[in-house]
Design a binder for this molecule. Structure first.
Ligand SMILES: [Fe+2]
Ligand SMILES: [Fe+2]
Length: 189
């Protein structure tokens, strides 16, 4: 019902391509996060390999996503929403730190995790899942909702173009991963 109300409201609003691009990427990140959580909630004998694969998929989406947000949308609205942006910055920082801990831990495991390593894998992966899910809710309920009301259609369009440019330059330089949004229109020059 909530979805129907939101969809109906949106038909009366301006187009919001920058916000929509970030929302679409959130849905992709959530799918990969579910795999990460599944790997620790239903561990197989190959939990390390499962987690390496799931974490790599999360990172390949999250790194370019964070970069687009920070370099384009966050910087554009930061002066108007300083407190919110400082909270979102901290969440990005914490998610990156947890990612780093998981990467280090996985790299340190040679064959199979001992009990302490297994407990830490579960703790860090679960915490990473929770932090990112919480962050996505904060962005969608606060940042993107405010952006939808504050920014003009032209501003939204310009920000969406800039984010695609940031992604294209990250992909071409091999820096970070390259997020893919299904059915995304090709970049026009
Ligand atoms: Fe974010
Ligand atoms: Fe986001």
């Amino acid at each position: 019902m909530q979805f129907l109300v939101r969809s109906e409201q949106k038909t009366h609003m301006n187009a919001t391509p920058a916000s929509d691009l970030l929302r679409s990427e959130h849905r992709l990140v959530e799918t990969e996060l579910d795999q990460l959580l599944h790997a620790v909630k239903h561990p197989t004998v190959d939990i390390v390999s499962d987690l390496r694969q799931a974490l790599s998929a999360v990172q390949s989406l999250l790194q370019p996503h964070f970069e687009k947000e920070e370099r384009v949308v966050y910087s554009y609205v930061r002066s108007q929403l300083p407190e919110l942006l400082s909270k979102l910055d901290e969440q990005h920082e914490y998610a990156r730190a947890l990612e780093g801990h998981l990467v280090e831990l996985l790299a340190a495991i040679q064959v199979a995790p001992d009990e302490r390593q297994r407990a830490e894998l579960v703790r860090f992966a679960t915490e990473l899942y929770d932090v990112i899910q919480h962050h996505i809710v904060d962005e969608e309920d606060q940042l993107l909702r405010l952006a939808d009301s504050m920014l003009s259609q032209e501003e939204q369009t310009a920000l969406a173009v800039k984010m695609k440019d940031v992604e294209a330059s990250s992909c071409s330089t091999g820096k970070g991963g390259c997020a893919r949004v299904p059915n995304e229109a090709p970049i026009e020059s």
